[in-house]
Write a protein of this length. Structure first.
Length: 180
């Protein structure tokens, strides 16, 4: 589902107990607080956290293959810079590899050390990649070809005023305690 900023704000107002349940009356408060701006900041923070850390079943996965431009560093090592709108890389496949790329964390010191050695480096039989928090992907895939084609899916931020998610994510909103 795709919500505009105003549609999401309506959900956020209901979540915070600020929905106007009595359409026949109007209440105005003048205390120099721009409530909509504050609510928009809260809902944007909630949404970005959902994109970064939420269960994938609540998110929309996007084909980002055309945004992946691998650059060779040395034999079997490639670097890819994820565009800023890609919040999370979910899957990566190398053309001609026997298996999908195993995405590993920077904390997997053993795998990082193995990939540092050209003889124990991941090959096309079992390619691996390390994703850093700054959006760089280091791909280890020892192969004969000097070119590499990648296919990937990711979680993408559609922009400041668009909220794209599975409809089930709205249930999370109402289960989360309000931010203060």
């Amino acid at each position: 589902m795709r919500l505009t900023d105003s549609q999401m704000l309506a959900h956020w107002r209901a979540y915070r107990g600020l929905a106007n349940e009595h359409a026949e009356c109007s209440i105005e408060i003048f205390d120099n607080i721009n409530l909509d701006r504050r609510l928009r900041m809260e809902m944007r923070q909630w949404y970005l956290d959902l994109l970064d850390n939420g269960d994938l079943r609540h998110l929309v996965l996007t084909d980002i293959s055309d945004r992946l431009k691998p650059v060779p560093l040395q034999t079997g090592i490639w670097r890819i810079k994820l565009p800023g709108e890609v919040r999370r890389l979910v899957s990566l496949v190398v053309d001609g590899a026997d298996a999908p790329v195993k995405l590993i964390r920077e904390t997997d010191v053993r795998r990082i050390k193995l990939n540092g050695n050209p003889y124990s480096r991941s090959s096309a039989a079992f390619p691996t990649a390390i994703i850093t928090p700054d959006g760089w992907v280091t791909l280890y895939c020892r192969r004969r070809s000097l070119t590499l084609t990648c296919y990937g899916t990711g979680v993408v931020d559609p922009g400041d005023e668009v909220y794209e998610m599975d409809e089930s994510a709205l249930a999370l909103l109402y289960k989360t305690p309000p931010l203060h």
